[in-house]
Design a binder for this molecule. Structure first.
Ligand SMILES: [Zn+2]
Length: 108
């Protein structure tokens, strides 16, 4: 069992480029990771279907898209077909801005 609790779309691939990744993304990614762990202490849980598998959008790491799959403790999979997207910053002061997440963390 090496599956990450918080997988990403590029888990098995290289990020677009190391330079881009470190310059515009690493901090937002880290902030989003923090928000995700705060919200889902034991892993992603879809608010619509209860699924516990999701992708994080590459361009917006604070948005999680449900994979429509619920895997129970015995490893049995239930497919829900859900593609609900959950924004970790919806309803917060960060929502609707174009500022990088890290600006808000610095200001907090
Ligand atoms: Zn779902």
């Amino acid at each position: 069992m090496s599956e990450s609790l918080f997988p990403t779309r590029w888990a098995n691939d290289k990020p677009p480029s190391l330079e881009k990744f470190t310059s515009d993304f690493a901090d937002d990614y880290a902030c989003a990771e923090y928000l995700a762990k705060k919200r889902w202490k034991s892993g992603f849980r879809c608010p619509r279907c209860g699924g516990n598998r999701a992708w994080r959008l590459e361009a917006r790491p604070w948005v999680w898209e449900c994979q429509g799959v619920l895997v129970d403790d015995n490893g049995a999979r239930t497919t829900t077909g859900c593609r609900h997207q959950t924004s970790l910053i919806a309803g917060t002061v960060m929502h609707g801005t174009h500022l990088p997440l890290r600006i808000w963390f610095l200001a907090a």
